[in-house]
Write a protein that binds this ligand. Sequence first.
Ligand code: ZN
Length: 805
Amino acid sequence: MKKIIGTLLLLAALCNAYALPSADSLKPYKEIVPATAVTGKSFITVHQVNNRYLFEIPDSILGRDLFTVNRIIQSPQDWRNPFSGLCSYGNDWIGQSMFRFRRAENNRIMLQVVSTSERTSGNDLSASLERNNTDPLYAIFPVLAKSPEGAWVIDMTDFLNSDNSVFGYMAAIKMLAMPGTFAADRSFLNSVKAFPANIEIASTRSYSAGNTTLTGLYNSSLILLPKEPMKGRLTDERVGFFGIVPTDFRQWNDDGTVKMAANIWRWKLEPRKEDMEKYFRGELVEPEKPIVFYIDPATPKKWVPYLVAGVNDWQAAFEKAGFRNAIFAKEVPEGDTTFDINDARHNVIVYKASAIGNAMGHSLQDPRSGEIIESHIQWYHSVQEILYKWYLTQAGAVDTAAQKPYFSDELMGQLIRFVSSHEVGHAVGLRHNWGASSTTTIAQLRDKKWVEANGHTPSIMDYARFNYVAQPEDSIGEAGLFPRIGDYDKWAVEWGYKLLPPGTAAGAEAPILDKWIVDKLKESKRFRFGIGDDPSAKFPDNQREDMGDDAMEAGKYGIKNLQRIAPQLFNWVQTPGATYNRVEDVYKALVAQYEWYIKHVTANVGGVQFTPLTTSQNGDVYAFFPRSKQRRAVEFLNKELFATPEWLRNRRLYELTTTDFTIVTDLQKRTLKQLMDAKEFDKLREAQISGDADVYQAGDLLNDLYKGIFEELQSGADISPERRALQRAYVSNLLGLLEEYKDKEQDAGSVVKDHAKQVMAACKAVANKTANQGNKLHLGPLAEMLSARLEKPMEMAKQRASQMQ
Ligand SMILES: [Zn+2]
């Protein structure tokens, strides 16, 4: 007990005051900062004296929120992060931090990291929040001298040169990037440069992992956050913005628990003072500070115009929010040697010589308000490779420009422009809208006039790459094949960026923002935001890589196109003198595309339509898919997947590359397993207990699958090796389900048992009477396997019972 009291006293002492040991007496300023010092002025003045870096911190900066963003600038070629190379290429973000300098007793300056994960906005919990929390102390610096103006001079060298999360890796990123153990003996500061709005710190850091060393060049940008944070706008699940999610004690759920309330990420766009009146009259005005992206000077010249266009395309969206020329890209002026892509003052599309096929729209936000401070879009060179495969497999049957081993610069440029726009969408705060493309009908996707005018998806933030539903006979041009910034994107920017009328009371904001959404969604479903894409795909309308309002119809047309492309692979992709690796790659991409169509349809079984609503709207949040639609999904799978898709067999490719048909048969078995699973039955049961009469049940699913997979039992046709394997997989899944439900009193268990008996009886009957020797040899053992599981235990039980009598 005594010990506890002692600890408490110690804690009390720590909490009450920062009573620190007394510092050495201050030295004269000139002695610490001699005339030979190299000095740079920013919100903090930086002096370089020999190899030491001194920060001169004025009183006005003490207690202010400072922000660092840390990046790796160069790293060894042989060292790339195993997780997709993340956090190991030049300009990759590795961490950020918000902190304050504060004065402590005895001429000390403390560096405290500020957390924003909990907050309150002036209700009766603020005192409690303050009393419960303190900010971690990352460093204490003795004051060496005071400047003639009264600023505090401290030596930051050792802290800047150490492995800490304020100026280096965040803990989570370090675990991901795995650079090894910090090696202080091979680490040093390169430079600390002061600019009016930021301080840039460059360092060389080494890390040891086993007997190898990672030495990288790192950069930290230090900026001063605005004294008054920008006014936040709370996220709403009906419009897809990213948000910083703190626990906000302002917001309460009905049961008194705390709600997570997030501010959306957005740039601070405001009209100039003299334009305010015009803006609120509804006239377009230029923002005081537009969003400007620079193109990395290391970008191959031929792609620059397309990357620029991808940024500028967003201007139309910002016009909906009342701003003209709100966003644009430009090249770094020729001969500008001071430009640095890592500088926190610039937003840059950074081009990386990398074999990774990706691009990322990354931005940094003021944690207090969601204000986007800067954005660096990471562009990996090999994004071109995935663009080639996507466009060839999705639009190759329709657009002759795609029927080539390499696309023309103009076509590839337009594809780059689309990815550029998508990434910029993230950089202005927008999340993926997985549901957008499901608002277009199949008929619209095939209607040349409509789709060329409106685009195949209302959002470029969906993963709805190219209009694969369009058929050659529809004669749809690239305008109807390419995604573009659409109705939803423009609306989302309008909702996030349009200013509320001046003088709007704090309490009046939420109803206005809600009304905007309610009115817009009444206008058209094209403004819908759809979240919920996940591997189990409970919400089939919100899937990635899909399009149209009916996955079965879309898949049918998608497959028709793949069937046109598959026989042409060698003609279109192979170049003289090259190996067959590329054809093999594209073939695999084609099968992967086919797999998407299968997945989209599979998700319809047990599918739920999800529509986030508030009380100001009518309708259902959850609605189960009707029985007829789910039945159509299984019929589709029987026809397009389980009946062997011979068109995907490529014997020539097998002879040249050994890529065989198991890539397809594995997909059959995976899909069958997914459907014949207790989890799938649970989904169906959920619909059943909802009381809806029009439900698809586990028995329906099994019967429908059986009809397709054991079709030969009716027709008497030869059962091919692939089909035999599939039927064996079916029986094996049934046995698995019987085992799963063995000790469970559940309806699904009885349904499975009953179904297994029917399958057993059917296999046995056909095996007994067929003259087809192959079928007999296959079906007989299947019936026996089921019988061993279903009948033998009963026989044994009967025997045991008779022995007891
Ligand atoms: Zn994205």
